[in-house]
Design a binder for this molecule. Structure first.
Ligand SMILES: Nc1nc2c(c(=O)[nH]1)N[C@@H](CN(C=O)c1ccc(C(=O)N[C@@H](CCC(=O)O)C(=O)O)cc1)CN2
Ligand code: MG
Length: 315
C-alpha cells in the first residue's frame, strides 16, 4: 500500500506542476516539449532534495546492436538524466550477443546494489526473446514498467512503475482536458508498451474514460474514431488518421514516429506521425505534433520513474 501511495503522490505532484505552467496549448497544438520540460524541472528539484542525504539515482541502460534510432534515444536518455542529476551508464553490446549472455548481464545489474533502475532499449534483435529478457529484470528496478508484475499491477489499479509513453500521454491529456471522466477514448494500437497500458490508465478510477482499443483487424476504424472525444494513434502508419475520421473538437495524441524520404532534408528523411496533423489541427481541440509531442514525454517520464525507483529502494 505504501508503494501505491508514494506513486500516487508523485503523480499528483507532476499533475499540479504541469497544470500550473503557462499555457502550452497554442491554437490546438499540444506542445510536448514544453510539458516535458516542466516534468524534467519537477524531477530535477525532487532529485536535488533526494541527493541531500543520498547518492544520486543510478540508471543502467542496455543497448544491443547498432540500430541508429535506438542509439539516438539512448543518447537522449543519458543527456536528459544528466541534466536532472541522475547518473546513467550505458551497457552497449554487439548485435550478436546471445540471449544467455544478455540474461547474465541483467542478472549482474539486478544484483548490483548501486543500480536503482534498469532498462533494455527495444527492439532487440530477432534471435533474442524479448519477453524472457524483460521478465529477467528485477521488478523493483524495472523503470520501463514492462515487467509482467508491473503491467499486472497497473491493470489492477496498484501501479508501481507505469510505462513512460502511456504515462506521458496521460499528462498531456490532463493538460489538454479539464476532466477525462466519461470521455470516449479510442486507442488505435494494442502494443504492450503503449496501447495496452494506456487503455488501463484511461479506464483507471482516477481517469474514468470509456475506452475502446482498435487494431489492424478492427472493422470500420473510422466509425470508432468518429465517435471519440480522444483519439490516440500508436500504430506506425503515416496518415492512418485523416480529417474525415475525427469529429470537431477532438483531442488527438499521435504516438507514431515514421521516417519518410525527404530529399530536401539534410538527413534524407523527415519524421511524421500516424495522424494527418495539418488537416486535423483546424478541427481539433488539441493535437500533438510529431516531432515534439509524445516523444519528449517518454524520456521525461522515464526520469521520474528512475527517481521513484531510487526512493523506493533506499527507503
Ligand atoms: N526500453 C524502451 N524501448 C523503447 C521505448 C521505451 O520507452 N523503452 N520507447 C520507444 C523509443 N523511445 C524511447 O526509448 C523514444 C522514442 C522517441 C523519442 C523522442 O523524443 N522522439 C522525438 C523525435 C526524435 C527524433 O528526431 O528521432 C519526438 O517525437 O519529438 C524518445 C524516446 C521504443 N523503444
Ligand atoms: Mg507526438
Amino acid at each position: 500500500m505504501a508503494l501505491y501511495w508514494r506513486h500516487r503522490l508523485l503523480a499528483e505532484a507532476t499533475r499540479v506542476l504541469v497544470s500550473s505552467i503557462s499555457s502550452d496549448l497554442v491554437d490546438a497544438r499540444l506542445d510536448g516539449r514544453a510539458v516535458a520540460e516542466s516534468v524534467r524541472a519537477a524531477t530535477r528539484q525532487a532529485v536535488e532534495s533526494f541527493t541531500q542525504d543520498a547518492d544520486p539515482p543510478a540508471l543502467a541502460v542496455v543497448l544491443v546492436g547498432d540500430h541508429p534510432a535506438s542509439a539516438s534515444y539512448v543518447r537522449g536518455k543519458k543527456k536528459a538524466a544528466a541534466e536532472v542529476g541522475i547518473e546513467s551508464t550505458v551497457h552497449r553490446r554487439a548485435d550478436g550477443i546471445s540471449q544467455h549472455e544478455l540474461l547474465e548481464l541483467i542478472g549482474t545489474l539486478n544484483a548490483d546494489a548501486t543500480v536503482d533502475g534498469i532498462l533494455v532499449q527495444l527492439p532487440l534483435p530477432d534471435h533474442i526473446d524479448q519477453h524472457a529478457v524483460i521478465e529477467a529484470i528485477d521488478p523493483a528496478k524495472d523503470v520501463d514498467g514492462f515487467h509482467p508484475q508491473n503491467l499486472g499491477r497497473l491493470l489492477i489499479g496498484m501501479p508501481q512503475f507505469t510505462p513512460a509513453t502511456p504515462s506521458g500521454i496521460m499528462v498531456l491529456l490532463r493538460r489538454a482536458l479539464d476532466d477525462l471522466s466519461g470521455k470516449r477514448a479510442v486507442v488505435v494500437g494494442r502494443s504492450n508498451i503503449v496501447g495496452k497500458p494506456l487503455a488501463a490508465l484511461l479506464m483507471q478510477r482516477d481517469a474514468n474514460a470509456t475506452v475502446t482499443v482498435c487494431h489492424s483487424r478492427t472493422r470500420d476504424l473510422a466509425a470508432h474514431t468518429r465517435a471519440a472525444d480522444i483519439v490516440v494513434a500508436a500504430v506506425g502508419q503515416p496518415k492512418l488518421i485523416t480529417a474525415d475520421m475525427v469529429r470537431e473538437g477532438v483531442t488527438v495524441i499521435d504516438v507514431g514516429i515514421n521516417r519518410v524520404d525527404d530529399d530536401a532534408r539534410e538527413r534524407g528523411y523527415r519524421l511524421v506521425g500516424d495522424v494527418d496533423y495539418d488537416a486535423i489541427a483546424p478541427k481539433a481541440h488539441a493535437i500533438t505534433p510529431v516531432p515534439g509531442g509524445v516523444g519528449p514525454m517518454t524520456i521525461a517520464m522515464l526520469l521520474r520513474n528512475t527517481l521513484q525507483a531510487a526512493q523506493q529502494r533506499r527507503a
